[in-house]
Design a protein around this ligand. Structure first.
Ligand code: DP6
Length: 321
């Protein structure tokens, strides 16, 4: 029996939003994330004597519609390594009930790591990051813990994540505020494609990200948490401006998302450390310090009754257990 590969999810502080190559998932810009310790995926794969792959997720056998993205990834892996066999995949997402976390980052990082183990590929972490990126762009960063930068690159060999600081000694905690809504209607893959194609601001985004990446790396080196928070919030709002300015316009925000953004602004006016970041869905991740997180959670829960808060800290890279 092969070992189980465990990968943690990450939140992008400077986000990936747009591909210059769809098949290889090569992004237009670098991005920079923080790996979290609360949300992870455990995956085990076996090589089977069968004409088809079999995929179990959270103990349920996926049908041909549900397993499409994973099967297409396994096809890519077979092509990359001239391999003809099929796999049985068993993957379990460990996210708090109804956390509404899109688990493609931890999911494809754990799957790539598990395939590395099962096929005995002996990939180093750079090549593991490349393999994970072929499943989902953000998965390239979940190979490492702490602060991670994904270098955009120009082809399959040059687009991979690198660790900035895997075990940072920095006072940051993340409060995930989960708005209990049904699953998102527009996937990140589709949303970013539409933004690239039709937002008149897309080229400004590319310029902005290149300067914000430089600034946030300086802030990380100086442990300047306020600067990190400011840059992350500004970058997230700029990404969401690309969805609003796409044609047709769309947004991942729900009314509660806006409400939480306003509550965070109020908290800052009261001198409480809190900055928002939001991915391709309505949930808000609040960047806090160890000192502020309790006050932030209490304030949000007092003002909004239908949300769930989960506290996360800085997490580690791929593990084999
Ligand atoms: C907003 O990695 O899910 O979370 O490469 O198409 O699978 P694909 O997209 P995905 O996009 C993540 C978008 C984001 C920002 C980020 O994580 O950098």
């Amino acid at each position: 029996m092969t070992k189980t590969a465990r990968a943690y999810t990450n939140i992008a502080l400077i986000k990936y939003w747009g591909k210059k190559n769809k098949r290889l998932k090569l992004p237009y810009t670098n991005s920079l994330s923080l790996t979290l310790d609360r949300f992870y995926t455990d995956t085990q794969t076996e090589i089977i004597n069968d004409k088809h792959d079999i995929v179990y997720m959270n103990q349920n056998l996926l049908d041909n519609n549900q397993n499409k993205r994973i099967i297409s990834y396994l096809d890519t892996v077979r092509q990359m390594y001239s391999f003809n066999e099929h796999f049985k995949v068993n993957t379990v997402n460990h996210v708090p009930t109804s956390a509404g976390f899109a688990s493609s980052a931890s999911g494809f990082a754990a799957l790539a790591a598990s395939i590395n183990e099962t096929m005995n590929l002996k990939l180093d972490r750079k090549h593991l990051s490349i393999l994970a990126r072929n499943g989902s762009g953000s998965a390239s960063r979940s190979i490492y813990g702490g602060f991670v930068e994904w270098e955009a690159g120009n082809d399959n060999e040059t687009s991979f994540a690198v660790p900035i600081d895997e075990h940072p000694d920095i006072d940051l905690s993340i409060l995930s505020v989960v708005i209990n809504k049904h699953s998102k209607k527009i996937s990140s893959t589709v949303g970013m494609e539409s933004s690239v194609k039709s937002s008149p601001f897309y080229s400004n985004w590319v310029t902005l990200v290149s300067s914000e990446i430089k600034e946030i790396k300086q802030a990380i080196a100086k442990k300047d948490v306020q600067k990190i928070g400011e840059l992350a919030e500004h970058n997230a709002m700029s990404m969401h401006a690309l969805t609003l300015s796409a044609n047709p316009s769309f947004t991942y925000f729900e009314p509660e998302t806006i409400k939480i953004i306003q509550l965070i602004q109020e908290l800052r006016q009261k001198g409480v450390f809190a900055y928002a970041t939001i991915d391709a869905g309505p949930n808000v991740k609040i960047i806090c310090t160890k000192e502020s997180i309790q006050a932030v959670q209490t304030y949000i829960e007092q003002q909004l009754s239908n949300v769930t808060c989960v506290v996360a800290n800085i997490g580690q890279g791929i593990q084999y257990i």
